[in-house]
Structure formats: C-alpha cells, structure tokens
Design a binder for this molecule. Structure first.
Ligand SMILES: Cc1cc2nc3c(=O)[nH]c(=O)nc-3n(C[C@H](O)[C@H](O)[C@H](O)COP(=O)(O)OP(=O)(O)OC[C@H]3O[C@@H](n4cnc5c(N)ncnc54)[C@H](O)[C@@H]3O)c2cc1C
Length: 412
C-alpha cells in the first residue's frame, strides 16, 4: 500500500531512505533546514567499509581515555562544560565495551555494512554517478608491530566475520602506497573496502535523482511535531505547519530532539569530527590509508586529499574548535612531509553516535506511523543505503535482508 511519507533529514541516511521508499511507489517528501548533504554527510572520510563491524569501544577503553585526553595531538577531546552532560553516554559506552557485547555488536553490524556496495549500486546507477564509488581496498599502517598486536581484537572481530585482510610488512605497505615512505613497520590490506570520491556530491546526486523520480525536498526547519495517540499529525516548521501521515526521523545528531517527545529518549551524542582537504597536495594516493594509532583516514578525493578524524564531545551547538583540525594538519605533515597546504580547507561535522556503535533502525516504541533511521556514528555513509533499503522493506511489510532486532530503539 502506497503511503504519504515525510522524512526529516536530507543527509545520506535520509536521502538513501527517501530513494528506496520512492522506488516502492510511496509519495515521499524530505524536509531539511539545509540543502541535501550539507551537515555531517558533507565532509566525512568517504570510506565504504563493509568490514567496519568492530564497535568504537573495545574492552579496556576506560584505561585508554586519559592518555588520549592528555595528548595534545590525540584523537579525543571533551569540552569541560559538556562533561557531565555526556557522562551517562560514556557510562553506556563503557558498558558496551564488554567482550561479550562487542561480539554481539559486530554480529549485528557486519550484515548491515556488508551490503554497502550492493545497496548503493541502484541508487548511483540511476543517478548517473556510479563512477564516484571505488572499490580499491584500503591500507592500514602501524608505526610498530606492537601497535598492530595491541589492536588484535578489533581485527579478529572482523576476520571472524569473513572480512578479508592481508598482513603487510614495511615493504608491503610501501608497495601498496609508495607515498607512505618507510615509516610503517606493520599493516593490513583490506581488499573489499572502498570509498566515495565526494560524499557531498554523492548525497546531492542521489537527492537530485529522487526529485526527478517524483520525490519532493523542502527546505524548512522543523521546530516541533504535533502528535495524537494515533500518530504524528503535523510538522511545525519555520514556514508554517505541514500535515504528515507516516514520518521517518533521519535527523542525524538531532534525532532524539524529536524521538524524546513520545518517550524514545535515546542516548545520542554529537561526536564531532574534523577534516582538512588539500586541494593541491601535489600528489595523490592509489587508495585510502587508515592510521589507527592516531585514528584518522587519508582519502584521495576528487577535491584533493582529505584527512578526517578526531572525536570531540561538546554537544550540537558549540562553535567548532579548528585547533582540532590543526591537529590533523600536523599529523598530515608528519605522514607526508612537505605536503602543500595551499588552498586547504577545514570542516567540522557531527557524527550521530550511539554508545553501543549501533544505529537505531525501525519503528518508534509507542507512536504509530513513526520510524527511525539515525545514530550511525562513524559508519553513516557506509550504512546509509543498506539502512534505507532495510527500512523500506520494513515499511512495505517485506522481511528485510538484515536482522534489525539489534537496532531497535527499545534496547536501552
Ligand atoms: C570527520 C568524519 C569522518 C567520517 N568518515 C566516515 C566514513 O569514512 N565513512 C562513513 O561511513 N561514515 C563516516 N562518518 C560518519 C558519517 O558522516 C555520518 O554517520 C553520516 O553523515 C550521518 O548521516 P545522517 O544522514 O544520519 O546525518 P546528517 O548528514 O547529519 O543529516 C541529518 C540532517 O538532518 C537535518 N536536521 C536536523 N534537525 C533538523 C530540523 N530540526 N529541521 C530540519 N532538518 C533538520 C540536518 O540539517 C541534516 O541535514 C564520518 C564523520 C565525520 C564527522
């Protein structure tokens, strides 16, 4: 049965979901205060990693945090004013880092992310941008063999779930990515992974095709949602009220501002990350590189080379602190000495992060005709199209090809 569906959020998750719902013949309208792909989906590292099923928090995370926070070039920052607000989220993150729980999380994430190339394929083909998706694999590089050994568990979680990887020594790393020089002693090559050459253009291109296929996108800020016991009735927006029937919340790090209204007060943090894009670096890379000791990716994009990483907890509204992007630029100089920073640009984006690294996908707990697709944290680009396809299946009453139980909103 075709429905009238309204989606809040035109990030990659909202746009991929809109496209799959439109393919099912629903009347679909996306509402966002910004044009498509201009919030977190604008500036990510572009990685499509069907193997990224290991959660962010591993056993022992509690002991690593103080070291990260003390290191001025470290990957983690918590603004003092936000610490107590984020404390319950961090406690849930620590609870999710138990060995038994990380195995369950990896079991849930792998089938979703495994579908990334397959789920994007019809969307990018239809939009005429299939060439933006590259399945080159990526290289992981460690300064020392001990570094790789310290990360044995996250790699084992992936390997146990069928993620292909090849061990590399110093010469092997240099052979795959000659630009890395000889500083790295141990590493991995993951051949099935890939990337998008421009995440913003990907979202905009799929959005434009969605509109050509009869979908609607309205630029409005949603201020509130009017509800009745039978479901949502209207969006209260800065341009007046809009009647709604079926509602999908894909509002990224703002999603719980809506879901809390009917009691789904989920733990969602804006985990802020940064990038620096070098538009004329004077060289490129054959594939992305991940440096796990500093927790950043360097990706060859159509705009140049992009380094992306950092986790800063400061809430949705605090101003960006571009000193965190400068940390990335300093790391970039260390990895690629002499890289030209002429015309480089800096950016901050808010990952919609759940403490257990699992998104929320499925129906609202008590409000009829409301569905969720948010909270993808570090893997929202990768998980966007698989999520959209699974949610469209659920709304159509078809059994989704992924078990969505682990992603239910009531798990907290
Ligand atoms: C530095 C960095 C690197 C990353 N690298 C990768 C990577 O390599 N691979 C990967 O898979 N993921 C990566 N991610 C994560 C990924 O970017 C996110 O998970 C993803 O973009 C989330 O998409 P989304 O559609 O849920 O949210 P968003 O893109 O944030 O979209 C949410 C939309 O909701 C709208 N909205 C919110 N509130 C309202 C309102 N009240 N009214 C109207 N509209 C509203 C916003 O304007 C926004 O457009 C990275 C993130 C960062 C920060």
């Amino acid at each position: 049965m075709a429905r009238n569906i309204t989606i809040i959020g035109a990030g990659i998750v909202g746009i991929a979901t809109a496209s799959y719902l439109r393919r099912d013949g629903h009347a679909v309208t996306v509402v966002d205060s910004r044009p498509p792909g201009e919030y977190c989906s604008f500036g990510n590292a572009g990685i499509l990693s069907p193997g990224s099923c290991a959660p962010q928090a591993m056993p022992g995370v509690l002991f690593k945090v103080p070291g990260y926070l003390r290191d001025p070039l470290g990957p983690l920052a918590i603004r003092p004013g936000h610490f107590f607000k984020a404390l319950p989220w961090f406690l849930q993150l620590v609870a999710a880092s138990r060995r038994s729980r990380v195995e369950q999380i990896a079991d849930a994430l792998r089938p979703l992310l495994k579908q990334t190339f397959d789920a994007y394929e019809p969307l990018v083909r239809n939009a005429g941008v299939a060439d933006m998706i590259r399945q080159t694999g990526y290289v992981v590089a460690y300064a020392t063999r001990a570094g790789l050994q310290n990360d044995a568990l996250p790699w084992k979680l992936r390997r146990d779930r069928g993620v292909l990887m090849e061990e590399l020594d110093s010469a092997g790393i240099k052979q795959k990515v000659p630009q890395l020089g000889g500083h790295y002693q141990a590493g991995l090559y993951l051949p099935e992974q890939g990337y998008v050459t421009n995440p913003e253009r990907l979202t905009k291109s799929i959005a434009a095709q969605f509109q050509r296929d009869g979908g609607h996108i309205l630029q409005r800020t949603v201020l509130d949602i009017e509800v009745s016991p039978d479901g949502p009735r209207a969006l209260v927006t800065d341009a007046g009220n809009m009647a709604v029937e079926t509602l999908v919340i894909c509002a990224g790090s703002h999603s719980n501002e809506f879901s809390a209204k009917w009691g789904d007060d989920v733990p969602l943090e804006a985990e802020r990350g940064y990038h620096v894009t070098y538009s004329d670096p004077k060289f490129t890379l054959p594939m992305p590189v991940f440096l796990p000791e500093q927790k950043f990716f360097v990706t060859p994009m159509e705009m140049g080379l992009r380094i992306a990483g950092q986790s800063e907890f400061a809430g949705n509204d605090a101003e960006a602190n571009y000193a965190r992007a400068d940390v990335l630029a300093t790391q970039m100089q260390k990895v690629f000495p002499g890289i030209s920073s002429v015309d480089s640009t800096k950016w901050m984006g808010r990952r919609p992060s759940m403490p257990d690294s699992l998104p929320v996908i499925g129906p609202a707990s008590t409000m009829p005709n409301v569905w969720y697709a948010f909270g993808h944290g570090h893997v929202g680009l990768c998980g966007g199209a698989p999520t959209g396809r699974a949610l469209a299946d659920l709304i159509a009453g078809r059994p989704p090809s992924v078990d969505l139980q682990p992603f239910r909103v009531t798990r907290f």
